[in-house]
Design a binder for this molecule. Structure first.
Ligand code: IPM
Ligand code: MN
Length: 357
């Protein structure tokens, strides 16, 4: 089959890890008989430099006309002084909203070979396999009113956390459906004991989950969930939560796998899905060859799975990553003290070689 993919190569380490993930995708095409066509577009910092806009109209249009968007991390210190509305992050949020991607799936799975790369004890993280489902286009990230007002010492900043019942219902429904394909457990995380928006989340989540009698459903309050994630991470199967809590808890959970450099993500819900690593653009190591391309390569795996429904191909990517890790290949972020590291490109090449072999 033929697939048309818009590639947003991003900033910092973005272009390097993007190159590796395209190599892997091309190899999947060769082995399984697909053709992946890439259309490069600009968003984020590079688009600010070229067009004074982190998400130009033509970029969003091209994304909407594609079959999937492969996105690398965006942003960097050179754009830090710009007002929020024009920052690279605004481009990312605009993309999510523009493509109607209400669900962000962040699988947190420990590769056996990386047990020692985590700062947590091996017996705690052994067998960790959870899916964080983060609401992506509402909550405090998008709520109005927002802004900075006033002068001098009277200045104040305001943001609004808002959830509407249908927004909670659709993401909890999706989480229950995804849980059915896994261990059939959903944990909904909120702060209902303090926040009204969370009280609504709590109640609607419960009403929605009740319709899935074969799925075990529970609530956790976010501070407790943060603690449980490192106390006993194996208890989680699907963890569904709000935009901001999901942002925070997924960074925390990534450390169960050894590195944020291992965490892929899929954003779905609209017509066209977007696939990106969960980590940032790491400008400090850009161009040094030190970047870990695996989160982006695993995001390609998620594109094959959720974007194109190519399950054998997804499996091939995941198995290849597992193989190279079992063979001892490590980028700088997951290497043991004194161990040998490979470069970003060497890691990418190793995954390519492992596919179909
Ligand atoms: C993420 C990132 C983004 C977010 C930033 C870059 C806007 O941290 O995808 O987790 O906060 O959603
Ligand atoms: Mn984040």
């Amino acid at each position: 089959m033929n697939f048309h993919i818009v590639v947003l190569a991003g900033d910092g380490i973005g272009p390097e890890i993007c190159e590796e993930s395209k190599k892997v995708l091309n190899r999947v095409g060769e082995v399984f008989g697909h053709k992946f066509e890439y259309e490069a577009q600009d968003a984020g910092g590079i688009a600010i430099d070229k067009y004074d806009n982190p998400l130009p109209d033509h970029t969003l249009k091209a994304c909407l006309a594609s079959q999937a968007v492969l996105k690398a991390p965006m942003g960097g210190p050179q754009w830090d002084k710009i007002e929020n509305k024009k920052r690279p992050e605004a481009g990312i949020l605009g993309l999510r909203k523009g493509l109607d991607l209400y669900a962000n799936l962040r699988p947190v799975k420990l590769f056996d070979a990386l047990k020692e790369a985590s700062t947590l004890k091996p017996e705690i993280i052994d067998g960790v396999n959870m899916l964080i489902v983060r609401e992506l286009i509402s909550g405090i990230y998008f709520g109005e009113p927002r802004g900075i007002h006033g002068e001098g010492k009277d200045r104040y900043g305001v943001n609004t956390e808002i959830y509407r019942a249908p927004e909670v219902e659709r993401i909890v429904k999706l989480s229950c459906e995804l849980a059915r394909l896994r261990r059939k457990k959903v944990t909904s995380v909120d702060k209902f004991n303090v926040l009204e928006s969370s009280r609504l989340w709590h109640d609607v989540a419960e009403e929605t989950a009740r319709k899935f009698s074969d799925v075990a459903f529970e609530h956790q309050i976010v501070d407790n969930a943060a603690m449980q994630l490192i106390l006993n991470p194996k208890q989680f199967d699907v963890l569904v939560t709000t935009n901001m809590f999901g942002d925070i808890l997924s960074d925390e959970a990534s450390m169960l796998t050894g590195s944020l450099g291992m965490l892929p993500s899929a954003s779905i819900g609209g017509k066209v899905g977007l696939f990106e690593p969960s980590h940032g653009s790491a400008p400090d190591i850009a161009g040094t060859g030190k970047a870990n391309p695996l989160a982006m390569i695993l995001s390609v795996g998620m594109m094959l799975q959720y974007g194109f429904k190519l399950l054998k191909e997804t499996q091939a990517v995941e198995t290849a990553v597992e193989k190279v890790l079992n063979n001892g290949l490590r980028t700088a972020d997951i290497v043991k003290k004194g161990g040998k590291t490979v470069s970003c490109a060497e890691m990418g090449d190793a995954v390519v070689t492992a596919i179909g072999n």
